[in-house]
Design a protein around this ligand. Structure first.
Ligand code: FAD
Length: 547
């Protein structure tokens, strides 16, 4: 039997071949590759088995620490890298037990598992804390393989290990940095989530998790992004093109909640190096979306409260001005007819005077009366307050109705009237004059309340509904009052026409004529539904704003 020229005399060529066989399967890709290519090269060129010297050299020059032991872990062979890693030269280590490397902080269970596996003739791999010759410690990633003889019995153990202290330090550093980043992110009151390009949430913070809880498990990021697209269809392009966006106010409806919660949402796209094997040389980067959502519901409610109060004040002022306008217009209207008669009579008298040479005293008195009358009428006309000039804007008609219902709540409650409000959730916007539209809805609602108050029908209900048809926004208001007789369905829109006796108090008969005026301003249509018999249903249509 040929003895190999290795540092120990007892390993035969066959044993070494078996060792190399085991080694070929060991998880050291570099060495396995080197050995395989050496073997292949040799067999091709020489057409005979690889000489043992080559294998010995390959083991010796291997870039990982290799040791071969007997079955009690007494070292029989150690390569150059073993010396490099442990500090022990072959002379110092051969004949000693591997336990010389043990730094006793490795738990006993690790050794027990190692030996149990080896006794089962299986390969063991794991990590141990090792001690070098100089006493310094390093972390060893070990793979120990039993070398089996032809009967399948272990004769030796092959140990391969490498120092992974630096890798471990790096891993720890990454973990620590991750923990630090996570604790900073977690302590941020804004909800944060990192999404991949398919909008799958990969990372989130406490505030985000809490929101998901509030939304009963619904992915909040999806709800926010959906809501943004719903509010502004153009936003889907921003998302598709992966553009970042900043502080967009987004309403988010939580299941069961009537009012939305509001968030200031920002999205920042960033790119990270891909971690797949393909990306090793290509340096491919993967895009991610960092979504930040800061809740602003309280501020929004405060703003809304201020807006509502301002709107209430404005509507009260508008109502007052409207009242003055109607009263003065009614006065002018009522004065105009006797005055016109007087004027006509005076004209007749003047013609007669010219023919019959009548006494001019009466005529001059009447002329003076006419002149004074004309002055009074002019003054009254000039005293009619003009509507303030406002710029048209894009309007959500549901919001107008909502505002009017808010200011009318007290009146509705005092009259015991039930409101059935059926808004179309995604109503297209109108282009128009907000205060005028608000006055119009208020007028229609007041009319409906008055109609119900006048009737003794059991049902006291007003239904408000918005729908959309092609390029129209439709609004209907239905009351359970006595309804409008067919003969009056057009007349009610005339100025100073009222079905209420005497047109006294605030009923000047101008309400529906003003409604008609607003409809005309907005190129809309209005009609009293002729087919509705259980009260009155007013149907209005406005053209949808052109984008
Ligand atoms: P030990 O008394 O050696 O053993 C601890 C436990 O292992 C005990 O429960 C004991 O019953 C069991 N055990 C020990 N020897 C045997 C055996 N022959 N058969 C069955 N069970 C046994 N250890 C390191 O710390 N670092 C290394 O780099 C390292 N490399 C090794 C490489 C090889 C090829 C082999 C075979 C073993 C290696 N070991 C290594 C394990 C080493 O031999 C010791 O078992 C370990 O260091 C614990 O030593 P110890 O003196 O604390 O306890």
């Amino acid at each position: 039997m040929t003895e190999l020229k290795v540092n120990f005399p007892s390993v035969s060529t066959q044993a070494l071949s078996r060792l190399v066989e085991s080694y070929l399967h060991a998880p050291s890709p570099t060495l396995a590759k080197t050995l395989r290519s050496l073997l292949a090269e040799w067999e091709v060129e020489q057409e005979q088995p690889l000489p043992p010297q080559i294998l010995e050299k390959a083991l010796e020059q291997s870039p990982v620490a290799v040791s071969i032991t007997d079955l009690n872990a007494n070292i029989l062979y150690a390569n150059a890298c073993f010396t490099e890693v442990t500090g022990y030269s072959p002379d110092e280590i051969i004949g000693r037990n591997e336990s010389v490397l043990s730094y006793k902080s490795t738990p006993l269970e690790v050794y027990q598992a190692l030996w149990q596996t080896l006794l089962e003739k299986q390969r063991w791999s794991g990590v141990m804390v090792n001690k070098r010759k100089d006493g310094s410690r390093y972390l060893a990633e070990l793979c120990i393989t039993p070398v089996l003889d032809k009967d399948g019995e272990p004769t030796h153990y092959l140990g391969i290990h490498r120092d992974i202290t630096a890798v471990f330090a790096l891993e720890q550093q990454v973990k620590n940095q991750k923990a630090l980043i996570e604790s900073v992110i977690d302590s941020t009151p804004a909800a944060m989530a990192v999404l991949d390009t398919h909008h799958k949430v990969l990372l989130d913070n406490h505030a985000y998790k809490k929101l998901v809880g509030d939304m009963r498990g619904k992915e909040t990021a999806h709800a926010l992004l959906d809501s943004m697209v719903k509010e502004d269809a153009g936003f889907s392009t921003i998302l598709e093109q992966r553009q970042s966006f900043h502080e967009i106010e987004v309403p988010c409806y939580i299941r069961g909640g009537v009012e939305p919660r509001w968030f200031l949402v920002s999205g920042i796209w960033f790119r990270e190096l891909a971690s797949t094997a393909d990306a090793f040389f290509s340096g491919e980067k993967v895009p991610y979306l960092l979504l930040l959502a800061q809740e602003i519901t309280a501020q929004k409610q405060q703003q809304e409260e201020i807006r509502r109060n301002a709107m209430r004040r404005l509507m009260a002022e508008e109502e007052l001005t409207q009242g003055v306008r109607e009263t003065l217009a009614a006065a002018v209207y009522q004065l105009e007819s006797p005055f016109n008669m007087l004027s006509a009579a005076l004209d007749m008298l003047q013609r007669r005077e010219a023919k019959n040479a009548m006494d001019g005293t009466l005529l001059s008195v009447l002329s003076e009366v006419r002149e004074q009358g004309e002055n009074i009428l002019r003054n009254l006309h000039n005293a009619i307050p003009q509507a303030s000039v406002i710029e048209p804007s894009s309007i959500n008609f549901n919001r107008i109705i909502h505002d009017v219902l808010l200011v009318s709540t007290e009146r509705l409650l005092s009259q015991g009237i039930v409101i059935d409000w059926q808004p179309l959730p995604t109503l297209p916007p109108l282009h128009g004059l907000e205060p005028n539209l608000r006055s119009m809805v208020k007028q229609l609602l007041d009319n409906a309340i008055d109609a119900i108050s006048d009737s003794d029908a059991g049902l006291r209900e007003i239904v408000l509904q918005t729908t959309s048809e092609e390029s129209w926004v439709c609004f209907s208001i239905t009351d359970s009052g006595p309804g409008v007789p067919e003969t009056m369905r057009l007349k009610v829109f005339e100025p100073f026409f009222s079905t209420r006796s005497g047109s006294s108090g605030h009923h000047t008969g101008m309400g529906l004529s003003l409604v008609q005026e607003v409809i005309n301003q907005h190129a809309g249509t209005i009609e009293i539904d002729p087919d509705y018999a259980d009260g009155c249903r007013v149907q209005i249509r406005f053209p949808v704003a052109r984008v």
